[in-house]
Every structure is written in structure tokens, then in C-alpha cells.
Design a protein around this ligand. Structure first.
Ligand code: SAH
Length: 305
């Protein structure tokens, strides 16, 4: 793990949260370059198994070579984590001991200019994690009605100048490349502490990959897949993701979720998890210095009841 670009975020914290043991079954829903997966496999020697999922074949190639020393203990599939329950059923895995989700984009994906994730590297507006998917960011930028584009930038980028940006985009279509879009946004809203296109690029990436829908879909599947005392660890990289994880954990760790004004419980809900982290775990200064992706990371851990 000498290459800082591939340093897994909150690495020790993830291993600590999952407590891997020999004979255990683990799932890395976002295997990426295999950083966390490597640590989990090393910690559950000699007989623990790890299933690694990713929709990006380039990521799976990296994971395959990094995890080669573990032989058949590492099982990799090019599938979305939104299909977690189906993949586990296909493999005839029963309940599992630990599940990791390290959300968002990998350093490898940002570094490869041609993927279109970066606003300072010239490339077509792609931003797909899954290169076989049809919808790209270019399609959203060039084909959405101005109003829908403004809503998208506001909702997924928390961009307060979403209307101005959407108006400028609509007036300058077609926009073909990352630098063209970044320059247009910079001209439209001017600079602040962060690059003016940061929030818009985040919004387009989330929408292109339906990231929040996939996260909403996987959380209940992950809890259902865990055996009692099995653990789910999720690393979020922005407030929209973290809010979804936080609210899901809060709700699933309560027996009753009736509105507070109801005198008796009518919901029949029972808690399925216990929250291990009341507050999210964040990265220390050292890690942020060596790995910029870690800056906004927030880890939450839950244990199955
Ligand atoms: N933990 C990894 C890095 C993960 S980065 C490591 O230590 O190397 C996040 C990864 O999630 C990326 O590789 C991205 O392609 C993948 N990803 C994004 N959406 C996904 C989805 N719906 N299903 C599976 N993987 C996904």
C-alpha cells in the first residue's frame, strides 16, 4: 500500500469494526482496488471468505491482482451492490459476518482522466462507474430540461446557484467535455474557497450513477444478510449519503417508529440493529494529509441484533 492514490480510507477502523475471524463470511460491496478487502482477508486467515463486488471492470482488474495471494478465498463479481441479496443467493451463501460499503468514487477513477470525473482533466463528460450503462453525464447535461437540471444540481450538489448554472448550460449546449463545463460554471458563478464546479460535478456523478437510490436499496438488504452480531460498516463522503445512512441506522435501531404524538404504538416495528457508532468516525489529520479522499469520510457501524 505504498501508492497513496490507493490507500483505503479508514482502513484500521474498518478492520476493527468487522472483527474478521477465520471461517467468517465477508462482503466488500465496493471492492475497488481491493484495499479494504486485502485487510479483511488477511485478518480472517486461514479460512475466512470475502465476496467483492464492483460495477467497474477496471477496479475489478486491480482487485483481482491485489487479492491473488488469497486464492479462492477471494470471490469477485462484476455486480451492483444494489443486487446484494441476489448475488448472495446465487452463491448459496447463508448469513454473513460482515459487510463494508466504501461509497463514492475511487482515487483510481478520479485519476484516470478519460473517465470524466475530474473538473481539471480534459475528457468527455462520462462519469459512469459502470461503462456498460447507457446514461452518461453528457446526456444529463445536454438533454435534461433546464428546470430538471437545476433541480438535479440543487438536490445532489446542494448547489445554491443551481438555477443560474442550469440557465448557462441550457444556453451553451452542446457541452462536450469536463473542462468546457467547468469553465462555463466558473464564468457563471465565480470562485470561492473550492472550485466553483465541485458541487455541480458531484451532483452529475451522483445522478449519472443513481448513487443515492443504490444506497437506499442496499442498506435493508445488508441488514437482512447479516447473522446476529454480524456488522455493517458504511463510509460516506458527503452529507447526502451520510444522512441516508444515519437515518436508516436510527430507524432500524428503534423498536417503535410511530409519530411521537401517538399515545400507543401501532407500528409493530422492531429493532434489527444496534448502533455501534453513535457519532460517525472521521479520519485523523495524518490520514487526510496523505490521502485527500479521506477528508470528508464518515464511518458508521451497526451490529445485527
Ligand atoms: N474500498 C475500496 C475503494 C472503493 S471506491 C478500496 O479499498 O480500494 C468505491 C468503489 O465503488 C468504486 O470502485 C466504484 O466503481 C464502486 N461502485 C460504485 N457504485 C457501485 C455499485 N452500485 N455497485 C458496486 N460497486 C460500486
Amino acid at each position: 500500500m505504498d501508492d497513496p492514490a490507493h490507500e483505503p480510507v479508514l482502513y484500521k477502523e474498518i478492520i476493527h469494526a468487522l472483527r474478521p475471524r477465520s471461517g467468517g463470511f465477508y462482503v466488500d460491496c465496493t471492492v475497488g482496488a481491493g484495499g479494504h478487502a486485502f485487510g479483511i482477508l488477511a485478518a480472517c486467515e486461514p479460512e475466512g471468505l470475502l465476496l467483492g463486488l464492483d460495477v467497474d471492470p477496471a477496479a475489478l482488474d486491480l482487485a483481482r491482482s491485489r487479492l491473488a495471494p488469497f486464492g479462492e478465498r477471494a470471490i469477485l463479481r462484476r455486480r451492483s451492490y444494489a443486487e446484494l441479496a441476489a448475488v448472495l443467493a446465487e452463491l448459496e451463501w447463508g448469513k454473513v459476518d460482515g459487510i463494508v460499503l466504501d461509497l463514492g468514487v475511487s482515487s483510481m477513477q478520479v485519476d484516470r482522466a478519460e473517465r470524466g470525473f475530474s473538473f481539471n482533466k480534459e475528457a468527455p463528460l462520462d462519469m459512469r462507474f459502470d461503462p456498460t450503462q447507457e446514461r452518461t453525464a453528457a446526456e444529463l447535461v445536454n438533454e435534461l430540461p433546464e428546470k430538471d437540471l437545476a433541480d438535479l444540481l440543487y438536490r445532489y450538489g446542494e448547489e445554491r446557484q443551481s438555477r443560474r448554472i442550469a440557465r448557462a448550460i441550457a444556453a451553451n449546449r452542446p457541452i462536450r467535455t469536463t473542462l468546457e463545463l467547468a469553465a462555463l460554471i466558473a464564468r457563471t458563478i465565480g470562485g470561492g474557497k473550492i472550485h466553483p464546479a465541485t458541487r455541480s460535478f458531484q451532483a452529475l456523478r451522483i445522478a449519472t450513477n443513481r448513487e443515492l437510490d443504490n444506497l437506499e436499496a442496499v442498506l435493508p438488504q445488508a441488514v437482512a444478510a447479516l447473522r446476529p452480531e454480524g456488522r455493517l460498516a458504511v463510509i460516506a463522503f458527503h452529507s447526502l449519503e451520510d444522512r441516508i445512512v444515519k437515518q436508516f441506522f436510527r430507524r432500524e435501531s428503534k423498536d417503535c417508529i410511530c409519530p411521537p404524538d401517538r399515545p400507543v404504538c401501532t407500528c409493530g416495528h422492531t429493532a434489527s440493529i444496534v448502533e455501534v457508532t453513535r457519532k460517525p468516525v472521521q479520519t485523523g489529520d495524518d490520514e487526510v494529509r496523505s490521502n485527500p479522499r479521506a477528508r470528508s469520510a464518515r464511518l458508521r457501524v451497526a451490529e445485527r441484533k
